[in-house]
Design a protein around this ligand. Sequence first.
Ligand SMILES: [Ca+2]
Ligand SMILES: [Ca+2]
Length: 249
Amino acid sequence: MKTMHSYRRCLQLFVPLFAVVLAVVTSPALADGTVRAWGNNDYGQCNIPSDLGVCTQIAGGGEHTIALRADGTVRAWGWNGYGACNNQSNLGVCTQIAGGGDHTIALRADGTVRAWGYNAQGQCTIPSDLGVCTQIAGGGYHTIALRADGTVRAWGSNSNGQCDIPPTLGVCTQIAGGHLHTIALRTVTIPCPADITGNNVVDGVDLASLLGAWGTSGQGQFDTDVNNDGIVNGADLAIMLAGWGLCSN
Ligand SMILES: [Ca+2]
Ligand SMILES: [Ca+2]
């Protein structure tokens, strides 16, 4: 009986401990910055360089692999028939990488873009008036950039109109490249019901306007009636305070 009790006590102690150890060992939070790749390896695109070191970002090209190292330098390996994996001199510190079909794209810390590799369609020729960019993406034979003002540019092969930016596209927050097409995520416009002055900012001027009208609604002054119920009261104030600083777009 004592032996059975001891056995149970042992289980009570060690089963939770084992669970904790297992949870720590299998935790997905233990990212170490190393890179793994698998699948088609005809050109060594899955062979991680032994001296790669800690990386912060990865990207895939047609048949090559790109990594952004923790120090901001770029490495690429795999199919290098057109130089997509060649080391670039004077590239400097980069903040983003992207892969095209047979080319590699890097966004430098100063917002300029570089591309190298296959350039038969001009996909590696950066437009001289591109300006500062915040994001890059690669297509099969074209290159896409999101500029700091949220507009999108694309260059290279335009065989399917993938470089023709729709004139009504407007401001975007993300771009992506397909083989022969381009994708953009347009900026979400947040309704700003508490913006009484209509300047797209909820600030003290709106508050003053609301407080000044307090109790005067019902006399036609409903421009401060944020929730449009015909009364200016605490409910309007709550909506306005909740939107403080959020309605800047
Ligand atoms: Ca306002
Ligand atoms: Ca109201």
